[in-house]
Design a protein around this ligand. Sequence first.
Ligand code: SAH
Length: 379
Amino acid sequence: MASDPAGSPGPRGLAPLALAGRRRETARPPRHLADLPLAGRREVVAGLGQPPFRASQLSRHFFGRYTDRPEEMTDLPRAARDPLAQALLPRLLTAERELSCGAGTTRKTLWRTFDGALVESVLMRYPDRVTMCVSSQAGCGMACPFCATGQAGLTRNLSTAEIVAQVVAGARLLADGQVPGGPGRVSNVVFMGMGEPLANYASVVAAVRRLTDPVPEGMGISRRSVTVSTVGLVSAIARLAAERLSVTLAVSLHAPDDELRDTLVPLNRRWQVDEVLAAAWDYAAVTGRRVSVEYALISGINDQAWRADLLGSLLAGRLAHVNLIPLNPTPGSKWTASRPAAQREFVRRLEAHGVPVTVRDTRGREIDGACGQLAASVR
Ligand code: SAH
């Protein structure tokens, strides 16, 4: 982990969280062209005795036409197709299960990786955009008690290509016209699937580059349409700001006070609310991008009017908006989503502080849309 926050005791002298606690040594996924910048792909191609421009041809197939099938690469000499595809386009993800709702405009895929790990991605088509929600890790080490993935612990980091392949798979469905609404493109990517993206820093940043660099280097999605969501790894937020990637930062706050946030987001014992928000405002200042503050409304836990006021006072005047997420209860959880009246009052109080608020649409709920629930049901 490039940005492993464990190591020294937290600011309040607590032992570091066992962030990598259940991590075991795992084999690396096979090398894929999406792991490498174009220059690295050229080297691999040259090593196979092929002219380096074949790297661009392969890259166009993967990032521009969304295919890894040698038989579809008719611009490559027949004899070269298989060796090139084997060297740079191994199939990394196998669909284990597909679920859809909204007449097929929301599609969730459970993927199996080369070593049997399970990860999820979701495609959501709206009238004006298509958003892919991707996983950055198999499992998660952050242990948030309301999150299904948090309950399962961390299996391993995904490679750059394993992250990118989730988006390419969605892009292929859209290009093929397999999603109702006619042929289309992936316009937005959110790192809100399984895992803590900033705990897999190097692979996630490289994935953002692959997703946003123009074809043939990458997929050519707009950087402003990519959102990286974090529980608040302060050191990694600062590092991300310095990358000048201009992606949108989402911070999963869920409570405005440390006492409650310590229980909902255990990493808060390492970096508290004020430090997380300070890092978010620095990010906004450096990038000019409005920060999205994620807040899952849990009935009787974090939805009190006074917490709305406290949150409003923390965010007033900042380059931020609040995205309220009605809790999607995980199986066996005693927690439920807020009552409509409490949710309305929460919104009203934030707005009274001049803070922009949206309530996340709960699409996909009937297909275990919440983070990690589908994988948990298969295990
Ligand atoms: N680890 C990152 C990204 C993955 S989760 C993060 O925490 O930001 C994406 C968002 O979904 C986070 O805000 C997370 O707190 C929220 N979430 C997780 N489980 C949920 C649930 N059961 N109901 C509602 N929101 C949930």
